[in-house]
Design a protein around this ligand. Structure first.
Ligand code: FMN
Length: 192
């Protein structure tokens, strides 16, 4: 008989993100975050290519990133509203982890599978932070797809992309849930 890990299952059935704007300090310290990163790195990875890495953003980095977002917005001719929209995520941020995708185009493993693996790492990171009792929120934003921003703000190489910027902190209040998909409607059962 399978041995049920009820606590893990309960967590997975009730987990929910905490909007970055509604988080504050404290945030995990280095050793707590290292546990969360270790859990995140324990993700499915076809070919064991490790096509991802982490950039940890802390403290003063956020002031610089806000300026980089504004610069990217001007460069891209974004409206004032578009530029202003993501800033509240960064104004009070104290800790975020950029999950970076670095695919190997020469590898026998299809690039799309390496990208899926990087997405799995983001999910595992979010869940590990939530399971540790913190709030967490997987964000991107138009700027995260801008090559110059990625290089200037996060130090990414040309062949690297942002999979997600996972904000971690303390929820100011109990996060409300959102409607969840109707699993029966999105599931087909094939048995012949
Ligand atoms: C790849 C990706 C990028 C996202 N980027 C944003 C974003 O930039 N802004 C935002 O408000 N939500 C964004 N979201 C959605 C948030 O992560 C949202 O909190 C999440 O879908 C809530 O679902 P959960 O409660 O099941 O974790 C993104 C989600 C994914 C998967």
């Amino acid at each position: 008989m399978p041995v049920r890990n009820q606590a893990a299952l309960d967590f997975l059935l009730t987990r929910r993100s905490v909007p970055a704007k509604t988080m504050t300090g404290p945030v995990p310290d280095k050793s707590e975050l290292e546990v969360i990163l270790t859990a995140a790195a324990r993700s499915p990875d076809h070919g064991k290519l490790v096509p991802w890495r982490f950039v940890v953003l802390q403290g003063k980095a956020f002031e610089r990133i806000i300026e980089e977002i504004k610069r990217a917005g001007v460069r891209q001719n974004r409206s004032d509203d578009e530029i202003a929209k993501p800033l509240p995520h960064y104004n009070n941020a104290q800790l975020a982890v950029v999950v970076v995708e670095k695919v190997d185009t020469e590898a026998s493993i299809p690039v799309v599978e390496q990208v899926y693996s990087a997405g799995a790492v983001c999910m595992a990171l979010t869940n590990a932070a939530l399971a540790s009792g913190w709030g967490a929120n997987w964000l991107s934003g138009w700027f995260s797809h801008d090559a110059t921003f990625r290089k200037d703000a996060f130090g990414l190489d040309e062949n690297e992309r942002v999979v997600g910027i996972v904000h971690i902190g303390t929820p100011k209040s109990e996060p409300s849930d959102r409607p969840r998909p109707d699993v029966a409607a999105i599931t087909s059962w094939v048995n012949e």
